[in-house]
Write a new protein. Structure first.
Length: 301
């Protein structure tokens, strides 16, 4: 079988490489390049772009489940080659995808942006409550903790400590990061998803301020170092978020908030980002929303 890639993320190597199949899901396959602890991800055409993604020109009905973990994969001259099952993917000519969150310059003090943020925040909390999610965004800051699970309580305490440290531009204590990384169950633990979103939010609010840029650089470096505490999939997402790169779903939502959208487009992008996985999307959006106002925390009161 021969397929073409529609788009490839900025992190996909431009040179030849060898890899193995790391993990297989219905609509995605993760590859581990040799001598790397960061994964590449094959995706169906209807999935979101990823920094490490290779989005294929295939129909919605095609499943990846026939692939086997541990199988060798070769990339030669712009073609990705699988032996079992026989498959060649043409990377050459595919559109390169990369987001640029730092250019959004989100200012929560602007009424249109504050309004857009509030609309998404309300929608997020409603969705979390309706779905019975373990983590409810509003409860992370307002609940007395009596009715929350251990994971939700630990998440709330660590996230509040991280926001406080962000406001003080203080990186001396990494306890909040240690508490969040790997916290929770699932393919990508909730604590990791929150940090991915939080980093994205901070990148959106640099606004050419050198002190913020220095803080994010230091925070990103620590998160990458501590990401060895979590699994391979989460580690990959954390690495790219530390460098200002997230999925197109999260980037699109951030872009709509930055433009002060207050329409169906805003809510559609919020819904799309939240609906990713069982709770990963909602957790990442929670982190994004908190990160966007970390330097203007009064919106949470």
């Amino acid at each position: 079988m021969h397929l073409r890639a529609n788009s490839i993320g900025y992190a996909v190597p431009r040179t030849d490489f060898d890899a193995v199949v790391h993990s297989v899901f219905r609509f995605a396959v993760n590859l581990r390049p040799n001598k790397s602890n960061r994964l590449l991800t094959l995706l169906a055409s209807d999935q979101a772009d990823l920094p490490q993604g290779i989005r294929l020109d295939i129909s919605e009905g095609l499943s990846f489940e026939g692939m086997l973990t541990g199988e060798p994969v070769l990339c030669r001259d712009g073609f990705l080659q699988f032996e079992n099952p026989p498959l060649t993917i043409q990377l050459r000519g595919a559109r390169r995808w990369k987001c640029d969150l730092s250019t959004l310059e989100v200012d929560p003090a602007k009424p249109t942006i504050s309004s857009a943020w509030s609309s998404v925040w309300d929608m997020l909390n409603q969705q979390q409550r309706l779905s019975g999610a373990e983590i409810i965004a509003d409860d992370l800051f307002h609940s007395n903790g009596a009715t929350r699970s251990v994971t939700a309580r630990k998440t709330g305490e660590a996230l509040q400590d991280l926001v406080d440290a962000t406001q003080r531009y203080e990186l001396a204590d990494s306890s909040a990061l240690c508490a969040l990384i790997g916290l929770g169950s699932g393919l990508t633990p909730s604590g990791d998803d929150l940090l991915v979103g939080y980093l994205a939010g901070l990148w959106c609010t640099i606004r050419r301020k050198s002190d913020r840029a220095r803080f994010i650089a230091g925070l990103a470096k620590r998160i990458v170092h501590l990401s060895m505490r979590t699994n391979d999939i989460s580690r990959t997402y954390l690495y790219h978020a530390a460098h200002g790169q997230v999925s197109s779903l999260l980037a699109d939502l951030a872009g709509n908030i930055s433009r002060g959208e207050n329409s169906g487009r805003l809510l559609d992008s919020a819904k799309a980002a939240m609906n990713l996985g069982h709770s990963s999307g909602m957790d990442a959006v929670t982190g994004l929303m908190v990160g966007l106002i970390a330097w203007d925390k009064n919106l949470l009161h």
